[in-house]
Design a protein around this ligand. Structure first.
Ligand code: UDP
Length: 260
């Protein structure tokens, strides 16, 4: 598929060596996994949609002053990104109870939380990305106390921005997961938002109907997964400048996801 050197293959993305030092190419696959990869499927067109949605969000966040690893989108499935040292944490921000928090604390899904809550999970598939306390993060050196403060502050700013952005297109941002990396420049170190922000990593509910427009459609066998992602893209105004293959995606039905 590519002459470039593959650096890493994850569940939904592949990273290749970039054209210049300090850069990588991030390729968005159509693969979907859930429950720590016990459930798998290929959702035709998902990678193209997530590439576009994540680009849109990263560019918007960059404009409001959040530093990100995103440089530019290269094509339908690839982005040029800055190579960073990934902080081994999944940072989760929640506005409304759902998923693992509802299970863990017995709060009904859809219950608004008293305020935005930031959680840390250790990035370790073998352990199932366990929830960890700040004490673990600092004691094991995954991030320093000042880095934790910065991660929380950046996450809350990202949450404020994303909540407003999605509210404007009739979507409630229930929760999301983000990752961060360190960029070194001589003696200086900067924390950047890395990875992706897409319906794979956010819970997005229609404001009026509570219809799920995210990966829970795949996790919970609700069907029409790529159609929901395409709806998010359309509402964000992403589809209109690319009437070619992307438009077709909105009508692609994925047999596998429907029967999963
Ligand atoms: N999430 C993610 N990757 C993960 C775990 C969670 O992107 O490995 C996202 C998930 O889509 C949701 C949020 O983080 O938007 C909170 O997920 P939760 O802890 O409720 O986990 P789940 O119920 O998905 O296991």
């Amino acid at each position: 598929m590519s002459r470039r050197k593959q650096i890493y293959e994850g569940k939904a993305k592949i990273l290749y060596e970039g054209p210049e030092p300090g850069t990588l190419v991030q390729y968005f696959k159509d693969d979907a996994t859930a429950f720590n990869a016990q459930k798998k499927a290929t959702l035709q067109g998902k990678g193209v949609l997530n590439n576009r949605i994540s680009e849109h969000i990263m560019v918007a966040l960059g404009r409001v002053g959040i530093p990100t690893h995103f440089i530019k989108r290269l094509n339908m499935r690839e982005q040029l990104i800055r190579k960073v040292e990934i902080i081994p944490l999944e940072v989760i921000c929640r506005n409304v109870a759902a998923g693992s928090m509802s299970k863990r604390l017995g709060i009904e899904e859809g219950e608004p939380l008293p305020r935005a809550i930031v959680e840390f999970c250790l990035k370790d598939d073998k352990l199932g990305d366990p929830l960890v306390a700040e004490e673990h993060v600092t004691a094991f050196g995954w991030a320093s106390p000042s880095e934790i403060d910065e991660l929380i502050a950046m996450t809350l700013r990202i949450n404020d921005f994303l909540q407003g952005m999605f509210f404007g297109i009739g979507i409630r941002l229930i929760d999301f997961k983000i990752e961060f990396g360190r960029l070194y420049d001589g003696d200086m170190m900067q924390i950047l938002l890395a990875d992706e922000i897409s319906p794979d990593s956010c819970r997005l509910w229609d404001l009026e109907t509570n219809k799920k427009l995210d990966k829970d459609r795949f996790r919970r066998d609700l069907g029409e997964v790529t159609e929901a992602y395409a709806e998010v893209a359309t509402r964000l105004g992403i589809m209109k400048d690319n009437p070619g293959p992307v438009t077709k995606l909105s009508v692609v039905r994925n047999e596998k996801s429907d029967e999963d």
